[in-house]
Design a protein around this ligand. Sequence first.
Ligand code: 9MR
Length: 512
Amino acid sequence: MNLVKLCRQSRAPGLPALLAGALALATTLAGGPAAAAPQDTLHELAAAQGRYFGSATDNPELSDAAYTARLGSEFGQLTPGNSMKWDTTEPARGRFDFAKGDVITDFARQHGQTVRGHTLVWHSQLPGWVGSLPPAQVETAMTDHITAEATHYRGAVTAWDVVNEPFNEDGTFRTSPFYTALGSDYIASALRAAHAADPDARLYLNDYNIEGLGAKSDAMYALVRDLLDEGVPLDGVGMQAHLAVQYGFPYEMRANMQRFADLGLDVAVTELDVRMQLPADAAKLATQSSYYRQVTEACLAVERCVGITVWDYTDKYSWVPSTFPGEGAANLYDDGLLPKPAYTAVRTALGDEDDGGENGGDPGALKVRYRSGDSSPGDNQIKPGLQLVNTGTTPVSLPDVTVRYWFTGDNGASTYGTWCDWSPLGCATVTHRVAALGSPAAGADHYLEVGFGSGSLAPGASTGEIQLRLSKTDWSDFDESDDYSHTTGTSYADAPKIGVYVGGEPVWGIEP
Ligand code: 9MR
């Protein structure tokens, strides 16, 4: 435990944590077993930077003692995944049931955690009676629901997702009983009712796929700007951040957060997870780590980003496998509650100084950009152009780095010639060779491996273009069109199907 950080944290440690600390100190002073010093928790690291780090949870999981031990110690904020939703809290009109939500707020109180309330108005998990109301009764039913729930949780919930997922992907308003009856005015009405019931709670609109720039985040931006202009009580925007390694990272996340912050709003990452196609492998986990790291860095870079909530912390209780068949492994801890590489990446991004360097400083801090330098994918040469970029905060030693471009040799010789035609680093420092893949995969039975004899890449720097070329020794033709790493793009773009390795460990790219 780093005392300086502890003093800076905004949340006082709960009594159990203080007792545990006192016991650990007593053991050490008494010359007892020299246990490894407990490391700062994710929340302590975040709190030292003025943020919270939280997790979603749900009632059934709270009977799992190993799970609750970590939930209560590592995280400073909880969001109930289901227990404050309308179908649970008002299953019949006027019949309120807050028992499940109360279990979560009690747990949070016992562990010194704050709670984000989720969610007052949503088109989903809505009891049938709401959809059957005559339009003229919808507003009263909605404001009654908000009033009862937000009043019940006054003092226990610090922020509410007042309206969840109001938009379609194209930025139009999503149809719901509320939108059908009231048009988009239902949003202002809901916010006003929540504010009246709990003037101290921070009030949010929350949605997914609004992390980057695009029609949906533009629609959210226009909505919140109008609401603020009208004086509607609104404190923040929640970006759910249900990401997937196969769909790429929303690179504009930081800029997008900043534009909401510039309106005077708080921003929160409310439901972070990063799923992948199963089975997980080292490359996918490395990409996942880099996504978690980049979300954390974006939040730290935007002053009004108040904190990050993961949509549960372990794969054991993730919503992903049942919703996206064949996908999963989305969380910071695995099914056995062991931390995954993404956990270390988040710690490092939060400024952890105690990771013993096992992380190599910053594991996902490189990316590769690619363009095809070859307009004839059926000829006898393959000509990838590559740029290696340091996206991290520490310099990277280039001799530790290798890049793999995967392709198929097609018919003909199985021996190759390789060339570096041009590089601002000087082709003399660029090494290249072709290796055969132990287990051929679709589009890949060989790869071009590129390395570096010397040099270092500063944070933010690029190697610049490295023009490479390879052919078979018998100069027979390739069919590049089905090669795993090949694209037809002739301008540089991030290349998730080209691998980057540091010290042999994958840090970028999805292996074939
Ligand atoms: O995690 C929740 C899962 O247990 C429920 O089955 C699901 C039903 O819609 O809702 C999940 O939480 C969602 C959240 O409330 C809103 N954003 C998307 C989340 C994942 O579906």
